[in-house]
Write a protein that binds this ligand. Structure first.
Ligand code: WT7
Length: 657
């Protein structure tokens, strides 16, 4: 965050209450009610979750232990049998929602589709049977590399139905990034499309899959399933590749949901960390189903008549939890949009809201800041009166953007829920409940009932109000990640050892800096590790550095984040070159393109600076703090006494810009 953002957040003391009209119909109606609920949950979290699990979900067989906590390994609803696809689909066929729209899809260019619960159920069942025909069995991992089309959700639900954990890879990732993930997950099948629309161009998804699988680089993959979406020419490898529509044709729609163990793996989702390659965050079935169900219901204050739209991509956790599983488990109408705001269609989001009378809208601060730049005449020219609730996620929202969202999009009548959570937490952890908790622009407010969160020092001691510290979760929650796929040690090291456990009491270390104010409201300040957040996308500095040094011209690279008005942060890379290479504009372009090829367009450095040397400590550690200041154009302050060679800094400073 930029200094000015931090300052404005520190001075922020406005308080916004939900309107009486909103409160009247809200599920949780007052701060007192929230506090009672919170205290009750805190007094006996297991009882709290067990009661909800019993009331809200269908179980084929009840659990015998609510929580088995062998820190840092948790099991929830032990021996319970459940299927999230059953909870998202089957039970709505008999509770009056059969013909209710489950999934509304607005595609590009001008396509659209609406699937009722009965139709979605049928498609999922057929596709699940198709997967079985391909030999996919319970426990087999399936890669999903898809555009934002209904088949992405259908594929996820079909995998869940037969117990094959999915690993969705965001369609913006490169072939190399896809390959790494498929290898790590040992995926047996990849589901993709010929192409997808991104802005006004077609992304050649199938070509990327071909590249990822070339030379048998991901030997676990036996088949590729392809949805015909953009209908351009693609290669179909005989024996390996099949069309989705061929597989589905004439297949029976009778496919009972497999009773899964509550702790069976539901999915793996890769996310960036501060070291090494992305880690496979593992989520399991029962706890994840319950947690995403309850958070969707209470935080979005869901009612049957709502049209709910989350603008994330299904390739991220937000898409998993709050486009697919949470809303469908609640029997909601969830909207999926393939497009993105762009110069040729800057008002498209507002058109979608107007067209479908969207009532709940959940997006990211970076999108809001883009809209501010595009001007308020665009939303003002549409009818947004259907909106009743707004949400944000992905990074801290600066108060100016919050106020704009509130005024221009929310017409000053919609509460805003600023939701803090992570891929690892599976669901929203800190947020307002919109009818109950008054909001302060820039604060995610208070923990969800059943979540015990705090701001602590590195010894695990709570810090004083308004003092900075580390955001920690102090008790297990149902949708917590269970491990890092194939690497339990990394799981332990990354999340449970930065704050050493005391007397067997473990704190989950989120990797975010935060403070709590005198009202107990949380103000999340951003990452404290080497993770940067570019337009709400999480990237590891090491990941980008590895991509850079894999280019023959690069000797060393150091990557830092620099504040950016729209994206929150932007990538700045400092690079030293191998002997025979010298800096040039062409090389600069080539290196940027190289990162895009290695990771994807989301990782394209905003700036690359060539350097003779990087500032290092005597023990050889790159001093990122200095580079961050340089990148931000700030005076390098603080202690530089550990810097080995001061002239390095001087040279870098002179080079500037
Ligand atoms: C990181 C997690 C969880 C969905 C999207 C991102 C940052 C997320 C907020 C918020 C301040 C936020 C944190 C967190 N973050 N939401 N409301 N306020 N910061 O998931 O890719 O796993 O990233 O995003 O830094 O650690 P993710």
């Amino acid at each position: 965050m930029s200094q000015s953002t931090i300052e404005s957040i520190l001075q922020e003391n406005r308080l916004f209450h939900p309107s009486p009209a909103f409160v009247e119909k809200a599920r949780i109606k007052s701060l007192d009610e929230y506090k009672q609920l919170y205290e009750k949950a805190k007094a006996d979290p297991q009882r709290f979750w067990a009661d909800l699990a019993e009331q809200e979900l269908h179980w084929f067989q009840k659990w015998d232990t609510v929580l088995d906590w062998q820190p840092p390994f948790a099991q929830w609803f032990v021996n319970g049998k459940i299927n999230i696809s059953y909870n998202c689909l089957d039970r709505h066929l008999t509770n009056g929602r059969r013909d209710k729209p489950a999934l509304i899809w607005e595609g590009e260019p001008g396509d659209s589709r609406c699937l009722t619960y009965a139709q979605l159920h049928q498609e999922v069942c057929q596709f699940a049977n198709g997967l079985k025909q391909l030999g996919i069995k319970k426990g087999d991992r399936v890669g999903i590399y898809m555009p934002m089309i209904p088949e992405a959700a259908i594929a996820m639900l079909a995998c869940a139905r037969i117990g094959a954990p999915h690993s969705v890879v965001f369609g913006g990732f490169s072939a190399e990034a896809l390959r790494d993930r498929l290898i790590d997950a040992e995926a047996k099948l990849v589901i993709t499309a010929d192409g997808g629309w991104r802005k006004d161009a077609i992304v050649p998804l199938k070509d990327q899959v071909d590249k990822a699988l070339a030379d048998n680089a991901a030997p676990s993959v036996q088949n590729v399933l392809v949805v015909k979406r953009t209908a351009q020419n693609i290669h179909m490898e005989p024996g390996r590749d099949h069309w989705w529509h061929d597989l589905q044709a004439g297949v029976s729609a009778d496919c009972p949901a497999e009773p899964m163990d509550s702790e069976d793996m539901l999915f793996i989702l890769y996310t960036s960390g501060s070291t090494g390659k992305p880690k496979g965050v593992v989520h399991t079935t029962g706890g994840y189903n319950l947690y995403t169900h309850m958070t969707t219901q209470w935080i979005f204050d869901l009612r049957d008549e709502d049209v709910y739209w989350c603008t994330a991509d299904v390739g991220w956790i937000t898409g998993h939890s709050y486009i697919v599983y949470g809303p469908l488990s609640n029997g909601a109408t969830t909207l999926m949009y393939e497009g993105a705001p762009r110069a040729s269609n800057p008002g498209c989001f507002w058109d979608v809201i107007q067209k479908y009378r969207v009532s709940i809208f959940y997006t990211a601060p970076t999108a809001i800041r883009t809209f501010i730049k595009m001007g308020e005449q665009l939303p003002k020219a549409r009818d947004l009166s259907s909106l009743r609730l707004l949400g944000t996620v992905g990074e801290p929202i600066n108060p100016e953007a919050w106020m704009w969202y509130h005024r221009v999009i929310g017409g000053e009548r919609c509460p805003i829920v600023d939701t803090w959570w992570q891929t690892e937490t599976g669901g929203i952890m800190i947020t307002a409940l919109p009818g109950a908790i008054p909001t302060k622009p820039g604060s995610a407010t208070l923990p969800f009932p059943g979540v015990l969160a705090d701001v602590v020092d590195l010894d695990g001691n709570p810090v004083k109000p308004n003092e900075g510290g580390y955001l920690a979760i102090t008790y297990p929650w149902p949708s917590m990640l269970r491990t890092v796929y194939g690497d339990p040690d990394r799981f332990r090291r990354t999340y449970w050892e930065h704050i050493p456990p005391k007397d067997g009491h473990y704190l989950y270390f989120a990797g975010d800096g935060a403070r709590k104010d005198e009202d107990g409201y949380f103000w999340v300040m951003g990452r404290v590790d080497d993770v940067i957040n570019v337009a709400g996308h999480r990237l590891g500095t090491m990941e980008v550095e590895s991509a850079l040094v894999s280019h023959p011209a690069v000797a060393e690279a150091a990557v830092v984040g620099k504040p950016d008005e729209v994206k929150g942060q932007e990538i700045v890379a400092f690079v030293t070159l191998e002997g025979t290479y010298s800096p040039s504009d062409e090389l600069l372009k080539e290196l940027k393109q190289h990162v895009v090829q290695e990771i994807g367009a989301i990782a394209r450095p905003g700036e690359i600076r060539f350097a003779d040397a990087l500032p290092k400590t005597r023990s050889g550690k790159i001093m990122r703090r200095l580079l961050r200041s340089l990148a931000a154009g700030e005076e390098v302050s603080g202690d530089v006494s550990t810097l080995e060679d001061r002239s390095v800094l001087e040279k870098l400073r002179q080079r500037g810009g």
